[in-house]
Design a protein around this ligand. Structure first.
Ligand code: ZN
Length: 304
């Protein structure tokens, strides 16, 4: 740390920051499996009690709001996915998985993906590199033990991506990350300008239920959008993804979307999607595998 203000940085410094983790080549395929027009990757971050716990909040009232996600939300989500035959990805903090091992087994038994989402929903940028690495390794081992499968992907809690996250992701041999926002469609992550072979399945707050639906009594401003209005925004995102032949990805939370009035809106959205021909439903892992396998060797750059 030089303590220099950003406007004093030389070019090497600001380029260095931007290049540490950056978007490389687009991995949007020419077409999706079976000639599908669009890939639909639904994901659910099964945070449950870890949202209050990671902030040191231990009051039963706050924990109950998270517990709802496991007790009422997740079963409802699983029923909807089952009804439409949609595979999905469940990103789960290890502590949440240890609190609800039967839920992890239900995900796996239904053919869904269980992927990494931190140890206790910690903020990576508050950790030292050794601490972040140790928690990530422990989380991977825990999920493997509970789900029966070694996770192949990670979504950092609250998408908090540190200077060390990508190196840890590579050390774990993960195929993809789903925490960054440089595109709508999958791309390859670069580390200091070098291709990593790690696929980014990009996220966005626009395609997340929390900013619209989270309710906090303590805040005067309550960002609250009627559920059907949220579904209308996501429908426009989906329709445009069809138009562009791209990926439609959503991030939801069983303790947020899993309430009755919100599941009604999600169900309407799924019905809209399902009415289309040429939809490929896939887990994030399946999307990552496909876009990597689909890539022809890049044309050699001509040096003139
Ligand atoms: Zn989360």
């Amino acid at each position: 740390m030089t303590g220099q203000q950003p406007w004093h940085w030389d070019e090497q410094t600001w380029r260095g920051h931007v290049n540490r983790v950056r978007a490389g080549r687009s991995l949007r395929p020419a077409s999706w499996p079976g000639g599908a027009r669009v890939a639909v990757a639904l994901s659910f971050d099964s945070d449950h009690e870890t949202i209050p716990l990671r902030g040191g909040e231990t009051r039963p009232g706050a924990l109950a709001q998270g517990e709802y996600g496991s007790r009422a939300g997740a079963p409802r989500v699983l029923r909807l996915l089952d009804r439409f035959g949609i595979p999905a990805s469940f990103f789960m903090p290890a502590v949440s998985a240890l609190l609800h091992p039967e839920e992890v087994r239900d995900y796996a038994a239904a053919g869904h993906e269980v992927a990494m989402h931190g140890w206790i929903h910690e903020s990576n940028t508050l950790l030292g590199p050794a601490e972040e690495r140790e928690l990530a390794l422990r989380a991977a081992d825990t999920l493997e033990k509970l789900s029966g499968t070694r996770p192949v992907g990670i979504r950092t809690p609250a998408w908090d991506f540190s200077d060390h996250t990508l190196a840890i992701t590579r050390e774990l041999g993960l195929r993809y990350d789903s925490s960054l926002m440089a595109d709508d469609d999958p791309y390859e992550l670069l580390a200091d300008g070098e291709p990593t072979g790690v696929v980014e399945i990009p996220v966005e707050w626009i395609r997340d239920d929390v900013p619209y639906l989270a309710f906090d009594l303590g805040h005067v401003l309550r960002p609250y959008t009627p559920p059907r209005q949220v579904a209308a925004i996501w429908r426009d995102e989906f329709d445009a993804a069809v138009e562009e032949g791209g990926l439609f990805q959503l991030t939801m939370h069983p303790h947020v979307i899993g309430h009755r009035s919100r599941m009604a809106a999600l169900r309407e959205l799924v019905e809209h999607i399902d009415a289309h021909d040429g939809v490929w439903y896939a887990t994030h892992a399946q999307v990552a595998e496909y876009v990597l396998s689909d890539q022809r060797p890049a044309p050699r750059r001509r040096s003139t």
